[in-house]
Design a binder for this molecule. Structure first.
Ligand code: PLP
Length: 386
């Protein structure tokens, strides 16, 4: 039996999404920039996908840039907005939160090499951005601030409205990485309090869409310098032949997430409560991390009593249970999670982290299987097996 509890890393593509994309993988495969009728059919599908994605993201169709996933959307926003704002206003400071994904942190570091100043805003013990620290960092020189909507490792949801207001009064563009939250929470740029959000990144494969497809919603008034140069597709903002099937799948996945959001939020929240309640007996001494209430319903992140998270992960894998020892992206590195250490955990404690993330296919039986396997996995890990 296999139990998949790593939806924050990637979630299986949904049938509805694959069916929507199928014609654009098989019959309507022309280049949407071609002028023949097959090209025009592809263009129509692309325009339609753009409008559908825009409807979920609360923007106009022209404000959606389809990308090759969340990393590319974040890179385009961080590099493209900071460079464009700097060119027009001379502002050359960037602020990022200490718990951003590397898809935001690495381009921010690349900006430093270009002469930008980088400020890192701290978080509290729950992983919530310190608003006083942010207010002190933002200033007339700030071009861009990037704060994620929800954290991929601990599931903490940030107070986007308050952050947006601080950025708006400092005249800085706010970029929000919504890759983890878009499945669980509304991510609309027209929502009250989100007026100060300039751009928002989403990724198809976290929503039951296809991998390597995503989007950046960016307000028309926000300057954006392209990071790829070529044929000028996506209104000059992202050159390269557009992946129509990827765009259609991303739009379909966003719409499906929106349709299921309320019921899935309640269902996954109940599964989470069940899992957290069972943990105390399964692994005495285990402690959940992240915000107790301002959080995604589909994440449980834990620190275990003195056992390396990656060894427990391997033990669970032997029992057919897939979860993660932090973020999938840092799993191969021996370094302690920068998210957990920013929250004040010691390096040793951060290395005991385990992340369990649920999705549409997760059942109560999956949670039971995990709870039944955890004591043995932790015991085996503490004996140093594997
Ligand atoms: N941002 C966050 C918060 C993520 O969790 C991830 C992926 O794990 C990304 C960005 C990168 O998205 P993608 O895998 O689509 O490149």
């Amino acid at each position: 039996m296999s139990v998949y509890l790593d939806h924050a890393a990637t979630s299986p593509p949904r049938r509805e999404v694959l069916e929507a994309a199928w014609p654009y993988l098989t019959s309507v495969t022309a280049n949407p920039s071609s002028v023949h009728s097959a090209g025009r059919a592809a263009r129509t599908a692309l325009d339609d996908a753009r409008e559908r994605a825009a409807a979920v993201l609360g923007v106009r169709g022209g404000e959606v840039v389809f990308t090759g996933g969340g990393t590319e959307a974040d890179n385009l926003a961080v590099l493209g907005i900071a460079r464009a704002v700097a060119a027009t206003t001379g502002r050359r400071r960037v602020v990022v939160s200490a718990v951003e994904h590397s898809a935001v942190l690495e381009p921010a570091l690349a900006l430093v090499a270009e002469g930008f100043a980088l400020d890192v805003v701290g978080v509290d013990e729950h992983g919530t951005v310190d608003l006083d620290h942010l207010a002190a960092l933002l200033g007339p020189g700030t071009a861009l601030c990037a704060v994620m909507h929800a954290n991929n490792e601990v599931g903490t949801v940030q107070p986007v409205e308050a952050i947006a207001e601080l950025c708006r009064s400092a005249g800085a563009v706010l970029h929000v990485d919504a890759v983890q939250s878009a499945r669980h929470l509304p991510v609309r740029l027209d929502a009250p309090g989100w007026e100060g959000v300039g751009s928002l990144a989403v990724s198809g494969h976290k929503l039951g869409g296809m991998r390597g497809a995503g989007a950046l919603a960016v307000r028309g008034c926000v300057p954006l310098a392209p990071t790829t140069h070529g044929g000028g597709q996506e209104r000059g903002r992202r050159s390269g032949t557009v992946d129509v099937a990827g765009a259609v799948s991303t739009a379909a996945a966003l719409a499906l997430a929106e349709a299921e959001r309320e019921s899935e939020h309640a269902r996954l929240g109940a599964l989470r409560e069940h899992l957290v309640a069972g943990l105390a007996a399964a692994v005495p001494g285990a402690r959940t991390t992240g915000h107790p209430t301002e959080r995604l319903p589909g994440h449980v992140s834990l620190v275990l009593p003195g056992v390396a998270g990656h060894v427990v992960l391997e033990e669970l894998d032997l029992h057919g249970i897939a979860c993660s020892s932090g973020s999938a992206c840092s799993a191969e590195s021996e370094d302690a999670s920068h998210v957990l250490t920013a929250m004040g955990l010691s390096h040793d404690e951060a290395r005991t982290a385990l992340r369990i993330s649920t999705g549409p296919q997760t059942t109560a039986a999956d949670v039971e299987t995990l709870l039944a396997a955890l004591p043995g996995a932790v015991a085996a890990a503490s004996l140093g097996r594997s």
